[in-house]
Structure formats: C-alpha cells, structure tokens
Design a protein around this ligand. Sequence first.
Ligand code: ADP
Length: 619
Amino acid sequence: MSEELPPTPLLSTERGHHSGIPKRMESEAKLAKARLFSNKTLPDSVARQREIPRLPPNISRESFNRAMAELREILGDANVELNDKPLVDGWYMEHPNTHDAFHITDQEEMVCSAVVFPSSTAEVQSVVLWANKYLIPIYPISMGRNLGYGGAAPRVPGSVVLDLGKRMNKVLKINARSATCQVEPGVSYYALYEEIQKLGLPLWIDCPDLGGGSVLGNAIDRGVGYTPYGDHFSKHCGMEIVLPTGELLRTGMGAMEGKNGTDNPTWESFQPPYGPYSDGMFSQSNYGIVTKMGFWLMPETGSKTYMVVFPNDNDFEQIVEVIRPLAQQGVFANIPQLRNVIQELAVFGKPRSDWWNGKGQMPREEIRKHATALPCGDIAWVFYGCQYGDAASIQSQMNCIQKAFSTIEGSRFIYPEELPDDHYIHARTKVFSGNPVLKEIDWCNWKPNGAHLDFSPITPTQGEDARIVHDIIHRLFKKYGFDLFPTLTIAGREMHYIANIIYDMSDPDEKRRAVELMCELIRETAAEGYGEYRTHLLLADQVAATYGWNDQALRRFNESIKDALDPNGILAPGRNGIWPKNYRGKGWEIEGPERILSGKIVPPETKTQPAASARSSRL
Ligand code: ADP
C-alpha cells in the first residue's frame, strides 16, 4: 500500500468543506483509499483525444464562447470552469464533476462542456434564463456521487453542469421538537450527521450504504436507506424548485407564505398542499432544479442488529416467504437485507484474485471453501436485520422473528458481539441507526480499477417471483462471466433485487460484457413483467420503454409535461428517458448496447465540433 497518497479532504477544510469526510473517519478513509489505489492499474488520467471543451450539440464555438463570457458575468469568473483539463476518475471521496467516474462507454464521451457553481436560488434562476437564451442544455447535480447510475455526467454530452453542492450546502433549519430539517443540495449524509451530533440532538438521519451522497439529491433520485426512515422520498417534506423557465415554485405547505413573508411554519411537517400533490413529478425527472428540501428526522431509539444465516442455496424462496408477513405486520420497522454468501467474501475488500484466480464466475465450491473458514461458516444466504424500540419491545420482536425463522432448517442467529471487530456487521449496525460509514466502498476492490453498475428490478415479495428473477440474473451473470452479488431489500409487498456488476474499467472486454449483460437483463426481466426502480443514465431509455403499457402512454404523458414546463428543452434532456420535443425523433434514444459500446451517444446527424486533434479554447 502506498503511503504517498494525498489525504482525503476533510469536511472541516476549505477543500472538503461540503463533500469531504468527517475528521473522526480520517483513518478509515485513508485505509479505504490506499486499498483502492493499490488495486489500480489505470493512470490517474490520460491525454484527451477529442476537442476540448466538448461543446453542446448544435452550438458553434463562437456562440459558446459568447455565452460563457456572459455566464462569467453572472456568476463571477471563479464560479465558471471549463471542462478542459485531463479527466480524473478519482475515487468515491474525491469524485469528478466533469464526467461519469464509472464510465461504461468511452471516458470522453459522457462529459460536460463546463461546470458552474451557483451560490443561491436566485443565481440558479439566472443560469436557467441564460440557458434559455443560448439554448444550451444544463444538468444539475447536488453532490455528483450517483456512481453506478451515471455519476455527475450529463446525458447530453457538452451540457453545462450546475454543481449546486459546492456553494449551496447549508443545513438551513433543524427543529428538534418536530424532528425535521431543511437542507440545500450540498448537504451530505456525513455533514448532516455531524451537524446533529454537534447540536447534541437525540435525532437520527437515515443514510444509504455510503454517506457521501447528497441528502436532497438521493431523495429526488428515490434512493433508500436502512432505518425505519429508509424510503427517502417518502420522508421528504416540501421543496423549493427552479422551473426550466426560471420561475420559482414551492411545493407542499411551503407553497403558503408564513406570517410577514417568512417560510410557512408547517413546511417540514405536512407533505401535501391543498390540491394535487405535485412533489412526485420532481423525483426521477427533468422538470425542475430543487434548491431546498424539508425532511423528517427519526427520534433516537434503541436498536439491536443481528444476522440470520441459512445453510442451503435453495432456502431462498422460503426465506422470502417468512419475511413477508413479518414485514407486513410491521415487526420489521426498517427494510432488512438478504445477501448471498459471496458478499461475505467481497466485503473484506480483498481482490477477487486473492480468493480465486480463474476465469468466469467463481464456482460455488470455491465460495464454499472460503466461506467455511470465515466466522459465519458454510452458509448460503445471510439476512441482516435490526429491531427498534426499548429493550422489552425488542425482546418481544426477537421472539417473534426467531420463531418464524426456526421453520427454516439449519438457520442460525448471530449477534455483533460474537463476531470479530473487522466483520461487516459492525458497519451495518451503524447504518441501521443512521450513522453513515465508508465500509461499502471496499467491494470495488473485487476487481482492479473496480467500478459497479447496478441492476435493480422490483418483484412482489413472493418466493416464486423472487425465484424467476433470481434465475434470470444468475444465468445471465454466468453467461457474461461476472460474479453475482445479490442484495435483496425486502419489504412487505415488494422487494428490490439489487445485483451489482463489478467490472474492471481498464478492460474493454469487461466493459462490453457489463453493458451487454445489463441490456439483456432489462429485456429478459421485463418480458416476465419485472421493471427496474432506477438505472444508469445511458440505460434510461431502455428501462423507460419497458414501462410501455398502452402504446407508451406513460412516456407520452411525461413528454407532454416536459414540453409544457420546458419549452426550449434545456433542462437535463434525456434524463430518466424523458426527451423534450427539440430532441425527440432525432436519434437520441438509446435502445440497446451497440451505441453505448461504440461510444456514439450523440446521433450522427447532430451538428457537433469535429473530433479533430485536441484544441483548447480557453476564454
Ligand atoms: P448523489 O447524492 O449521489 O451525490 P447526485 O447529486 O449525483 O447524487 O444526484 C443524483 C441525480 O439526481 C443527478 O444526476 C441529477 O440528475 C439529479 N439531481 C441531483 N440534484 C438535483 C437537484 N438539486 N435538482 C434536480 N435534479 C437533481
């Protein structure tokens, strides 16, 4: 491991002031970074081959330069950066805002022309007006850590990225009595957690597996976490939104002015306003730029983490059947996870080659051999659960759960105190009580230059559905030579089957197989009636098309809204498969792997600068 790596930026410093790591996690970050970089063979960056900066489609260099000069007037020189430097993928804690750090096509294809840093809602409005004037597409990010789903990349290459997080990163309110807060886009889970600790409040946040994402950005992309408040969008309360015409909107109770022009006192307390509840339209869409958002926080409570391990591969359906009634009855207050034994190896953070160096999927017997030597032994499935409340309540819940799982032969309960300090369960214990960690990043070490691409279909919480999806995923992962890491987050009526493809970004063949695998997974599961809840930017058209009942009625409805709200089609065209009318029918939609693999994201008829030798046009 190299000792020379520069330290991870801290939240408390100027460099890491919004996206850095808390001081208390400094040594953890140092180790995680060292592990990743010791497993990296790609250079930090390579010389760019295409013209820089990459211009938006149908915009001449002259007009772009004129537009950028005006933008500098609006935001100040320091807050407009051309994307004309080498592209650096970095790592989770030092991620780029210039492109997709986990590229699945050519690294230079999914790039922006410039990144700008507004400091207020009013400045966001000015940038939107500017975009309408020059017809330059803009792409808002909060933190830009949407890794596995496109990162910070815009769907239309050459768009201008609005990095909201850098200068709009305040926790605007915390109300301890109502257990609510209001945040700007640049507040990460780490930052919100630290703020609450600093104030000494008995409140929990809810965080995903990693804590560097934006609380606001994750919620509007409908991300999930692991406390009883894990459905992030359902726990948001009221938004402030800049519409694609530059108009300003507040939703929920925020739509009503408080006394003397103050914020409404119930903004963060009650979700719908009078009339239609429009918030959902601003999640997984390109209808507005969210500049403020209210959230509910969970009152601190007791918690008890545990694992249940199951010995047989074929226990799978029965486990799902046992979980369903417990989840429906509310015995599980959060969304527990069911994982496969192979993840017990992967979460160690060691390269796959340390376990097995063969080609194709790691054989079951190899997994068994190594698992047998680990603390949980020769198992097939692992359930990570957590119960909440006071000691008596937790005990009565545990009695119920133990009785239910005892129907599965050979199942065993294991508790954190029985496991070594470096076991993954200790990271789960923190996440289950809203304490954001960095542990999950270790997975990427499975492959050198490891990146992940996530396939996440939804099925009913029923053994037979879970089996159909599992069999498709298992067969196709094997066909394309990838190890399968199934994580099932199981609720009472539906479950997310999350299958991570871990691939080596330096290996064009692995990238090709990863993309082809994703496209085939989407097709095959859709044919059985199962759809994805979220996907990579470049697969959005394909996934959106699977929601095609009644001759694509939903897509056409989404397009009508898009055209009404964004007549010039400037805001994140193509995001979530929603194309404005000035892009539709011009070949932007990507329906299979070929265009992604050939790096031809922009349709050939589009006027772009020629892909000549690199030439910078710094202003
Ligand atoms: P993360 O929280 O993982 O860092 P991002 O900031 O990348 O997430 O947000 C995820 C996606 O959600 C972005 O790619 C962008 O398309 C969209 N998004 C993020 N923030 C906003 C926002 N404030 N307004 C509108 N869309 C946003």
